[in-house]
Design a protein around this ligand. Structure first.
Ligand code: PMV
Length: 488
């Protein structure tokens, strides 16, 4: 974790070699993560420490990621931010960016003196001078922002690392950079490492032991796959911070979840992951997602992040697992019988963050079936859906064939067995899923969901953030502005 801390910063000299003319530029990509056991509730609002530990899978950056360039220049007048190609003119004043500013202040305060330039122009810039320099931040997501897809986790993780890089800040203790990322967004604490990552809640008042730690590397369980079903790319109405504050003030269930249910599930989940026990991992994941959304319902006034399409996916997964009958209606047997049947038949798990989009976890063996079930439950729109433009998808994609447009499948970076490049892989997967879908029994009530599934990301468990070379910067080293219009 945080191996970047030891890296040398990228230093770019400006046009003049005067000792006052320099740019420091750093670019990182960072992954999103999906919590299997969720963080919900703040212990200390200012330090952004949680009331419970949480654990997540890091997603493959080949499929979903944030890219952030930070440019620090001696002559910038103010800190500025561009998100997905648009300047956020209220960056310095808006509540929305309070946490970004807190992170920036924290890293800036820790700046260390450093050399810039090369050859004769090489000179030391004292820390006090660096602290006075303003930064321009240019950040791009290749997936919907603010729709419960952990865009804040990826964004704040990339920002933490790029800022630390330009200001010459290194871990003073293992995991310190994750405590900085935490100031930006709680879930970002878990986006600085790959694989299965735990955010340990910690106990210290100053929050120094509330850190992200890798539990298992991405190499531990390569058969795992994730399918992100985008049923809405709209930003959520109630922010996670607001939802948590409201919940802590009003929900007894939330406190019970944090103190009793989560510790028990975390222990069981670590063991299931170590043993690659998919049915247990899946069951714990679904239970925790349901418990989190139940606390949102128990909040006063209640907060609803899932919608009808989300609940349709919940039923779909339980049917796939043999826990509900084919009509998606009542449980097919008694709860006990269903639980024991499920233990062997569980092939997929859903989990929902603070938004309606589903993350479905499965294995490579069952990936095609999960996609076929999605196609069976979400008929194509008769006309191109408005939401079909969501995301850019870094790696090509494939749309359902035929006259009616179906969901766009994007991703598959790690699924090399499906073809040479991303779009071939997506097309192969989609064709296979369509073929299988045609053999599945018809799904009653599916008309309601026509066109609701606009995009599907197929991905895998991925690695830690990546530092990109100077040539990959998305901001100009001199103006600090976006280099090109950023696709979204
Ligand atoms: O990191 P935040 O403040 O956006 O909160 C994220 C909360 C959940 O995504 C719902 C759960 C989690 O642990 O990621």
């Amino acid at each position: 974790l945080c191996r970047f801390a030891a890296r040398t910063c990228l230093v770019t000299m400006g046009a003049s070699s005067s000792s006052h003319d320099y740019s420091l530029v750093s670019t990182f990509t960072a992954p999103t993560n999906i919590a299997l056991i969720k963080y919900w509730g703040k212990r200390d609002l200012e330090k952004n420490t949680p009331i419970n530990s949480s654990i997540s899978l890091t997603l493959n950056q080949g499929d979903l990621c944030t890219t952030t360039t930070v440019v620090l220049r001696h002559d910038f007048a103010a800190d500025k931010l561009w998100l997905n190609g648009k300047e956020k003119v209220d960056f310095l004043t808006s509540r929305q960016f309070k946490r970004h500013r807190a992170l920036l202040a924290l890293v800036r305060a820790r700046a260390t003196s450093r050399y810039v330039g090369q050859g004769e122009g090489r000179h030391l810039v004292p820390a006090e001078e660096l602290r006075k320099c303003r930064v321009h931040i240019v950040s791009v997501n290749n997936f919907p922002t603010g729709a419960g897809m952990a865009s804040s986790a990826a964004g704040l993780a990339a920002l933490t690392l790029a800022l630390a890089d330009v200001y010459g800040v290194h871990d003073a203790f293992p995991g310190e950079l994750t405590t900085f990322a935490r100031q930006g967004s709680g879930s970002a604490t878990r986006s600085l490492a790959g694989g299965l990552v735990e955010w340990k809640m910690g106990a210290a008042l100053d929050g120094h032991d509330s850190i992200g730690v890798q539990a298992f590397s991405e190499a531990h369980w390569p058969e795992l796959c994730l399918v992100v079903a985008v049923v809405s790319d709209k930003e959520k109405k109630v922010s996670s911070a607001e939802g948590m504050t409201r919940g802590l003030g009003t929900s007894d269930l939330l406190r019970h979840r944090a103190s009793v249910s989560v510790p028990r599930r975390l222990e069981a989940l670590r063991a299931a992951y170590a043993a690659k026990d998919f049915p247990t991992l899946a069951r714990l994941t679904m239970e925790d997602s349901n418990s989190f959304h139940a606390t949102c319902q128990d909040t006063y006034p209640p907060v609803a992040y899932m919608d009808d399409a989300s609940r349709w996916i919940v039923d779909m997964v339980h049917k796939l697992n043999g826990e509900l009958d084919g009509e998606g209606g009542s449980a097919s047997a008694s709860a006990k019988a269903s639980a024991s049947k499920a233990a062997s038949g569980i092939i997929a798990a859903y989990t929902f963050d603070a938004g309606p989009n589903a993350h479905i976890i499965t294995t490579r063996k069952h990936l095609k079936l999960v996609l076929a079930a999605l196609l069976a439950h979400f008929p194509a729109a008769k006309q191109a859906p408005a939401a079909a433009s969501v995301g850019g998808g870094g790696s090509g994609g494939a749309a359902a064939a035929g006259s009616a447009p179906g969901p766009l499948i994007v991703g598959c970076a790690a699924l090399e067995e499906l073809g040479e490049d991303a779009s071939t892989r997506a097309a192969t997967l989609l064709a296979g899923a369509q073929e299988l879908c045609a053999t599945l029994p018809p799904v009653q009530g599916r008309e309601r969901y026509e066109g609701r599934l606009a995009k599907v990301f197929v991905t895998s468990v991925g690695g830690s953030p990546i530092k990109l070379p100077a040539t990959a910067a998305i901001a100009s080293a001199t103006s600090g502005e976006p280099l090109a219009l950023v696709p979204m």
